[in-house]
Design a protein around this ligand. Structure first.
Ligand code: GLU
Ligand code: ZN
Length: 492
């Protein structure tokens, strides 16, 4: 049997960590089984629907590099894959359940339902939901009223006094007393729109879905779905409710903990590889003693048997570590390209939004080795490199002063450095290290005393990316000019 799984988001919000984890696990499971991964848009809730959320969904998964085999944009043999384009179908199936005696017409008005809610509240009744008022209507009579155009909904007739059992791949056997299941939920609304339950079950069946991997918050709906499958006389798919994702305080991951929408992570300078790698570990394990996985490696070793029952904890520090790792693994040109939007935005090439000239681009690429080892987020890259593209502002004079020295020491050191500059910019960084070391030993001076004023003169700051590498990129003319500028500034 071919495995067919789906990601079935409702486009009522931005794509966030939880949704992406669900999509990713479905994707990995399909890949690991040689099966199909399907995208289905569950847009039955038209009041909360927004086209922008659909666009966000496509953008997010394109950025992550996760593709589906069937879906609204790529088509497939079971389409349409958008529920709002299937409304006629759901009505037919709801009517079929009525004919089978498994569902019934309910003519209760909003006012009546509201009155019951109020009465129960006032009498502190423990009952909730629909009171099954129309369940006992004579079917022929109900049929006649519906045909005559009386407004109605269709409700599922939950068999009372029974127990619904199903198996969850992760959680084991689950039992639910039917009397505790949502009392006779609406399947079809009075405007003919389906509810989530009806559309979800009908589509999973018609689309040949074999496994439902979804968040644990859907467990209370599952007995209801199982009851519907049985009412139709269909097999239900295998269920696997995924482990919860918590913040570090043990509460469900939410805005309070930090970024949760993928857009935000993207804006903060995370790489898609890092997010995928980290999210794939939320509730699942792969190989022993390995942290870094490509999407292909994850797909190869993903297994439902290696899911954890315990909730997963989302650790922003850990994600940062992953991001740093992937930044270090990138080739220079790649890293330059990925960080370019942040560089442009920061005005690195002249003014905010400006593209680099060819020469600036070459320099930017060449500067990647200077920052790769220390950056954990993409925006840090241009932040660290400003002095390579513009003369840095002169800092306060004290900044030039080496430890235990004074302004005079700084001046003397910079004067001594004049003769060393030509070599520093032409030879390799290792050769420059060596040269400075030998020079300092011979002259009996501390290396820090010599280098600190130079670093400040060249980069404008006491902390900077590796100095010799930077000087090689800037060239002799610029380095000399910055050194002289600092000298006249300090002497003035
Ligand atoms: N449309 C539901 C959601 O927004 C789908 C749940 C399910 O996978 O059955 O998550
Ligand atoms: Zn009713």
């Amino acid at each position: 049997m071919e495995v067919r799984v789906r990601y079935a988001p409702s486009p009522t919000g931005l794509q966030h960590i939880g949704g992406v984890r669900t999509a990713l696990f479905n994707y990995l499971f399909a890949r690991s089984q040689g099966g199909k991964f399907i995208l289905r848009l569950e847009d039955t809730d038209r009041t909360r629907f927004d086209e922008a959320f659909v666009q966000n969904l496509y953008d997010t998964f394109a950025w992550l590099g996760i593709h589906w085999d069937e879906g609204p944009d790529v088509g497939g043999p079971f389409g349409p894959y958008v529920q709002s384009e299937r409304f006629a179908l759901y009505k037919e199936y709801a009517e079929e359940l009525v004919t089978l005696g498994k569902a019934y017409y309910c003519f209760c008005s909003e006012e009546r339902l509201e009155r019951i809610r109020k009465e129960r509240e006032e009498s502190h009744s423990s009952e909730s939901g629909y009171d099954r008022h129309c369940r006992s209507l004579d079917p022929a009579e109900a049929q006649r009223r519906a045909r005559a155009g009386e407004p109605h909904v269709i409700r599922l007739k939950i068999p009372l006094g029974e127990v619904t059992r199903f198996h969850d791949h992760l959680l084991g056997d689950i039992e639910w007393k039917n009397d505790d299941v949502n009392p006779d939920p609406v399947l079809l609304k009075s405007d003919g729109f389906p509810t989530y339950h009806l559309a979800n079950v009908v589509d999973d069946h018609l689309m040949g879905i074999t496994h439902v991997l979804r968040a644990q918050e859907w467990i209370p709906s599952t007995p209801l779905h199982v009851i519907m499958y049985r009412a139709f006389g269909w097999e239900h798919p295998e269920y696997c409710h995924l482990p919860m994702v918590m913040g570090q305080d043990g509460k469900k991951l939410s805005k309070r903990h930090g970024a949760t929408s993928i857009d935000e992570f993207r804006r903060q300078g995370y790489l898609p590889e890092a997010l995928i790698n980290y999210v794939a570990l939320l509730g699942a394990s792969y190989e022993e003693g390995k942290d870094l996985y490509t999407l292909e490696e994850l797909a190869r070793s993903f297994s439902l048997d290696k899911l954890n029952k315990a909730p997963a904890t989302f650790d922003y520090k850990k994600l940062e570590w992953y991001n740093g790792q992937y930044i270090r693994m990138k080739g220079d040109e790649d890293l330059a390209r990925e960080s370019l939007p942040f560089a442009k935005e920061s005005g690195l090439f002249g003014s905010p939004g400006k593209d680099p000239t060819e020469a600036q681009w070459q320099r930017y690429v060449a500067a990647m080795p200077l920052v790769k080892e220390r950056a954990n987020y993409l925006p840090e890259i241009p932040q660290k490199l400003g002095y390579l593209f513009a003369e840095p502002p002169l800092p306060a004079k004290e900044e030039f002063v080496p430890k235990k020295g004074d302004l005079a020491t700084a001046v003397v050191m910079l004067e001594r450095l004049r003769s060393l500059l030509p070599q520093m910019v032409s030879q390799s960084e290792a050769e420059s290290e060596e040269m400075v070391k030998t020079y300092c030993e011979k002259e009996q001076i501390k290396m820090g005393d010599l280098m600190m004023p130079l670093r400040v003169a060249i980069t404008g700051s006491r902390v900077s990316p590796p100095l010799f590498g930077s000087m090689r990129l800037l060239g002799l003319e610029v380095c000399t000019q910055r050194l002289e500028r600092s000298l006249s500034y300090l002497k003035a």
